[in-house]
Write a protein that binds this ligand. Structure first.
Ligand SMILES: [Zn+2]
Length: 271
């Protein structure tokens, strides 16, 4: 199963933008809702790519701004990614529901394959990551996620504490990112994007390029964070199903193999 490891790991950066005029990130969520039809496999993969990229951006922020992390960094950046989508997309629900569904599916497939959980891992289990997305999303905006929370049998008592979890994570990221934020509506020119050629995954490269997802996210983080070093957002063939942040090169990589895996699993989801 994909683990979204980081070569070192680093952070989240909540855009303190609650209620401010933060530009919304265009995205597939909007495409999905406008279509009014069922999401395509590629829509679902894109939802997950958005969340995964924000997870890695969380790692990059922790690293680049030397942010303190209390507890497991992977959990912190999972929360960051969910909150960033909630804060900056005008229709976050499809992105987060597709992402939670994907993690539930990873868990289902893992169990069906007879996999044994690595309880010592740096990441929580896939199913816990699925529930964390729903918990934080419900805590932030109960109305939009109540149906899914019921479907996944999250008890009311837990949903109440999810509200606290979401508020605490949001407030904490706001404090942490205070010094990292830029007061500008134009990109600084510190974040670049590269979709590397690949013989095996050229169709995925073209699909990603056409979606504009990397470029949109790069522009947003280039505009809103005062990066001390140039940051690269790339899509590349990695030889493994993964996405990661490399602190050496200050580079976030989304592997085509990961995108391919998301498409394969998307096919198995109910919609
Ligand atoms: Zn990570």
């Amino acid at each position: 199963m994909p683990v979204l490891t980081t070569m070192r790991s680093a952070a989240f950066g909540l855009a303190l933008c609650v209620g401010t005029a933060v530009p919304l990130q265009p995205g597939l969520a909007q495409t999905e809702s406008e279509q009014a039809g069922p999401a395509t496999d590629f829509d679902i993969a894109l939802s997950n790519i958005i969340l995964i990229l924000h997870h890695e951006i969380g790692h990059a922020l922790i690293d680049q701004f030397a942010l303190p992390v209390i507890g497991q960094e992977e959990d912190a950046v999972d929360a960051f990614a969910t909150l960033m989508v909630l804060e900056t997309y005008d229709d976050p629900a499809p992105i987060l529901l597709d992402s939670a569904a994907m993690w539930f599916a990873f868990d289902r497939i893992f169990k069906a394959d007879g996999g044994e959980h690595a309880y010592y891992g740096e990441h929580d289990l896939d199913i816990q990551r699925a529930y964390r997305i729903l918990c934080i999303a419900h805590g932030y905006d109960p109305d939009s996620y109540a149906e899914e929370a019921r479907k996944r049998a999250i008890p009311d008592e837990r949903l109440e504490t999810c509200e606290y979890d979401a508020e605490l994570a949001l407030d904490s990221w706001d404090v942490l990112l205070e010094d990292a934020l830029r007061d500008s509506d134009k990109p600084q020119g510190m974040v670049s994007v590269e979709l590397k050629p690949s013989d095996d995954f050229d169709d995925l490269r073209i699909g990603l390029e056409d979606s504009g997802v990397l470029a949109d996210i790069a522009e947003w983080i280039d505009t809103h964070y005062n990066w001390p070093n140039p940051v690269m957002l790339e899509a590349a063939e990695c030889g493994e199903v993964n996405a990661f942040y490399d602190p050496q090169d200050v580079k976030i990589t989304m592997c085509y193999e990961m995108v391919d895996e998301l498409l394969v699993v998307a096919e198995t989801l109910d919609r």
